[in-house]
Design a binder for this molecule. Structure first.
Ligand code: ADP
Ligand code: MG
Length: 391
């Protein structure tokens, strides 16, 4: 799907009111009746029909034909628009450039502010994969049942934002977070290659230890990344330094505010460690007998450790309840599986293509980055400056 920044300028304030009314109405209605849209927007019925027609033409809302009543639904496009408009009102972004990534659960665009400085806009698309799981977990969604893809995508963005902010404030190598609205995050653009594209580095040992160090520092701060692999590690083009991205599945090690370590989470920690070991052995023929062990790391860390990022994240507004909702859905779909082999994703897409999932009208069959094996794709074969070489 194409994002259109020009629309940001060409939506009239009345159209905007109607669009916002559809968004508000969809909190309680899967299909928002026109009368309700008129009521919320405070506009006359006739006027609303015309305005909503013009929004539908631009795919910001879509008419639902087979409902018992005449109604509309906010599309991904409409939700994108509302988020981008909020950011452009705050002057954090102004224009949209190329799409640089289609993840399993996100779209990534290069965008710019009014000075032309480039940034990255990540739009979370949780419903694309997990809608079925969301449906199964409706209990957690309470009254928000009908707005689940919007709600879940927003939660994912809020969680990612909360973690990225705290991690950045504590000097972890993550992109600088710039703004967040609805299901979107605006962040610093990192001039880098994903590790999966890198075929050679000057010193695999050095990179290996710095990645293991990051895993250890996460754990000392009370966190496990949960998807620490070659897709979510960027290697700076200039310096070869790693930058870690993608935080919606971050896991908190401690139970509550009491310092009780949930040792059951060692699996996730080990998986992050294993991903790096396996990748380094396969790609760089680099193997080391040194790698962090969960218990040891935590007992070392507990002594001198005076900062708990998990507590700070919670204090920043992303609470336990939200975390739990997101976790439930994530776990049902193993969002943090190491190789993210995409059979579950394909399953979800196929089901949708069969027409069994009608709750989302957007095309979700674009190739996700995790669909192909990392070794087969992106054969750029370019020698580049610095100490890395990309495939
Ligand atoms: P997903 O959750 O869909 O996996 P990611 O956050 O991992 O999304 O981003 C997907 C891809 O987009 C990354 O592999 C990377 O190539 C690119 N990307 C994401 N964030 C940035 C950034 N801040 N700077 C440069 N590229 C980025
Ligand atoms: Mg990713």
């Amino acid at each position: 799907m194409k994002l259109d920044a020009t629309d940001l300028r060409y939506v009239t304030s009345e159209e905007f009111r109607v669009l916002t009314a559809v968004e508000m109405g969809s909190k309680n209605h899967e299909v928002v009746p026109v009368v309700l849209i008129a009521q919320i927007s405070g506009l006359r019925n006739g006027g609303v029909n015309k305005l909503i027609g013009s929004l539908a033409k631009r795919n910001l809302v879509s008419k639902v034909q087979n409902a018992k009543y005449d109604g509309y639904r906010l599309t991904y496009g409409g939700y994108d628009f509302l988020a981008m408009r909020a950011m452009s009102k705050r002057d954090t972004m102004q224009s949209v450039g190329n799409q640089i990534g289609v993840g399993k659960e996100s779209d990534i665009y290069i965008v710019a502010d009014s000075d032309g400085s480039e940034m990255v806009l990540k739009l979370h698309r949780l419903g694309r994969v997990s809608f079925r799981a969301v449906k199964e977990k409706r209990d957690y969604l309470g009254k928000r049942k009908s707005a689940s893809w919007m709600y879940m995508s927003r939660l994912a963005a809020q969680k990612e934002w909360a973690f990225m902010k705290i991690l950045h404030e504590h000097n972890f190598p993550v992109p600088r977070p710039i703004d967040q609205a609805r299901h979107c995050i605006l962040m610093e653009f990192i001039d880098a290659y994903p590790l999966r594209q890198v075929s050679n580095v000057t010193s695999p040992g050095k990179l290996y230890s710095s990645l293991m160090d990051i895993i250890v520092q996460f754990a000392h701060a009370g966190l496990i990344h949960g998807d620490f692999n070659e897709f979510n590690i960027l290697i700076r083009r200039e310096t070869g330094e790693p930058v870690i991205i993608d935080f919606p599945q971050m896991i908190i090690i401690f139970d509550g505010h009491r310092l009780r370590i949930n040792f059951g989470l060692f699996r996730y920690f080990n998986r992050d460690v294993e991903c790096i070991r396996t990748f380094f052995a396969r790609r760089f023929r680099y193997e080391s007998s040194l790698y962090p062990k969960f218990r040891k790391v935590l007992s070392d860390g507990a002594e001198g450790d005076d900062f708990r990022l998990d507590v700070m994240v919670e204090a920043s507004g992303f609470g336990k309840r939200e975390m739990k909702v997101l976790e439930e859905v994530s776990h049902s779909f193993s969002l943090c599986s190491c190789d993210r082999s995409s059979f579950q994703y394909m399953e979800a897409v196929n089901e949708k293509e069969d027409g069994t999932d009608q709750s989302e009208e957007e095309d979700s069959s674009e190739g996700g980055e995790h669909e192909e094996s990392s070794d087969d794709r992106d054969n750029i074969n370019a020698d580049i400056e610095g100490n890395i070489e990309v495939k």
